[in-house]
Design a protein around this ligand. Structure first.
Ligand code: BG6
Length: 493
């Protein structure tokens, strides 16, 4: 890879490319991990008028202002970028031009990044195949959503599979590219301390939360046809659950990790009928206030005329039916327009079986291991220590913060850059296997079908609150609490 790679971004001037991919690539170029000889080809149906550099500057000013600051680096980076006007028809001069560019460097890896709606995956892959752009050095990266249900996901996988082998197909879940998620693997599998404690013998339950403060304004028809279960649970939350729950793989390579994750998905207890009503909370935000400012409801944000049943919040109590996790609930939760933006995994251990000091028992909290994925990477262990106060002995909870943010010569790279570089290197360990996608859909489809059959509308919660009361009940019913409700501090503060 010394002299670089070729990256073709289909939908190269679109939203994902502008907001995430181009800023990520630019930061990689500045950090020296994207070699200067690489070529970034942005395909677009309408092409681009004018020069690349000023266009990139405008894009960065909108999406990642820090990138636009270094004019020299930006000008150099712009040299690597080309916009190619490309339709989706065979026989056009545009595809010949693309092939010619790619074939002019016959040895280097090519990554085709499909940042386009999944409805265009088939025709794009068919054309890549027809032009011979699917050889061994080529990989295809598929951005979510990978379908809307099991059937459509299978169809996408079949269609893409006609042109690209599974070892060439890289299904992105950008949560897997987050540094703290990878640290979770490092932590679990390079420290004996955790493995010994990592099961229902010691762990009481696990909470995984992805909270967002933004609403859905500007997401148009996509969100209305999707909802939180498909948008966040089917992929990000279930992937995090897999990484927390999987057995130690023999090796940290793509096949071994993905086999173990798949076993977790296969062991997820299917939720059916009344179980779904009891264990899944589904809600949509109404009007409310965020940080003192009035904000509109979901209906208003999407300017919908008719009432919608799309959920913007889900909380689920799930179980993994295997030896390690029998009896340990996994509480998953995600929502838009919550008071804060963070993603966090909380491993809550059991209470000590007996407290040997009469004064200690009164404020004894269980140990918790907290993995914060955002807004910052952070690992913390919460433990009890003793205080001597005027009133005598007392226990106090302290947080042991593990400094995971780069030691030595660590280079910090964001999730998209990390995943693009892995795709270039052909490393699939942080990508999702076809079978994982399909199993996740199988589990989620049951819930969606039940909602549809029951004809019930989602609950409502006020924007700027932690979701409906029923989500709180899901925990208190089990004599448990969401971490933030139990006074959980974030960011060590
Ligand atoms: C995307 C979802 O996959 O993830 C969005 O489609 C969501 O709805 C986003 O906002 C969250 O990603 P992050 O990295 O900002 O937490």
């Amino acid at each position: 890879m010394a002299d670089g790679f070729d990256l073709v971004i289909f939908g190269g001037t679109g939203d994902l490319s502008r907001r995430k991919l181009l800023p990520a690539l630019f930061s990689g170029y500045v950090a020296g991990v994207v070699p200067a000889g690489s070529r970034i080809l942005l395909t677009s149906r309408s092409g681009l008028e004018g020069e690349i550099a000023p266009w990139l500057k405008t894009v960065f000013d909108e999406t990642a202002p820090a990138c636009g600051m270094d004019a020299k680096a930006l000008a150099d980076f712009a040299q690597m970028v080309q916009v190619i006007e490309l339709g989706l028809v065979k026989g056009g001069a545009d595809w010949d031009a693309l092939s010619e560019i790619l074939n002019s460097e016959p040895e280097r890896p090519i990554v085709h990044f499909l940042a386009i709606p999944p409805a265009l995956f088939t025709s794009t892959c068919d054309l890549l195949g027809a032009y011979g752009l699917n050889g061994d050095r080529a990989r295809v990266v598929l951005e979510k959503p990978l379908g809307n249900d099991l059937k459509s996901a299978q169809a996408i996988n079949e269609d893409v599979g006609r042109t690209f082998g599974e070892d060439q197909t890289f299904r992105i879940d950008h949560y897997l590219g987050k540094e703290a998620v990878q640290n979770l693997l490092a932590l679990r599998f390079s420290n004996i301390l955790f493995e010994e404690l990592w099961s229902g013998r010691t762990i009481d339950h696990i909470q995984i939360t992805i909270a967002e403060s933004l609403g859905v304004k500007g997401r148009g028809g996509f969100y209305e046809g999707t909802g939180a279960l498909r948008d966040m649970v089917q992929n990000h939350l279930l992937q995090l659950l897999c990484l927390v729950a999987m057995e130690p793989p023999a090796r940290l390579d793509g096949d071994s990790i993905r086999e173990e994750k798949l076993k977790v998905l296969k062991s997820l207890k299917p939720l059916e009928g009344a179980d779904i009503d009891r264990n899944v909370v589904r809600a949509q935000y109404g009007a409310g206030a965020m940080h003192g400012e009035a904000v509109g409801s979901y209906q208003e944000d999407l300017q919908l005329d008719a009432p919608s049943t799309t959920e913007t919040f889900v909380a689920i109590k799930a179980h993994i039916e295997n030896w390690r996790w029998a009896g340990v609930p996994f509480y998953l939760r995600t929502g838009k327009r919550l008071p804060d933006r963070f993603a966090e995994i909380v491993i809550q251990f059991k209470n000590v079986p007996h407290s040997p000091h009469p004064a200690w028992g009164s404020n004894l909290s269980p140990n918790r291991f907290i993995i914060r994925l955002q807004p910052e990477d952070h690992l913390a262990l919460r433990m009890m220590v003793k205080n001597h106060t005027a009133k005598g002995e007392a226990l106090r909870e302290v947080e042991m913060n593990l400094d995971v943010v780069g030691g030595g010569d660590a280079v910090r790279i964001g999730p998209y850059l990390r995943l693009i570089l892995d795709a270039v290197a052909g490393d699939q360990s942080l990508f999702v296997h076809r079978a994982e996608v399909e199993h996740a859909w199988r589990w989620v489809d049951r819930i969606i079908n039940h909602w549809q059959d029951s004809g019930k509308a989602p609950l409502s919660y006020q924007a700027g609150t932690w979701g409906p009361y029923e989500a709180h009940d899901l925990m208190t019913h089990d004599r448990r609490q969401w971490f933030h409700e139990s006074g959980g501090r974030r960011n060590g503060k």
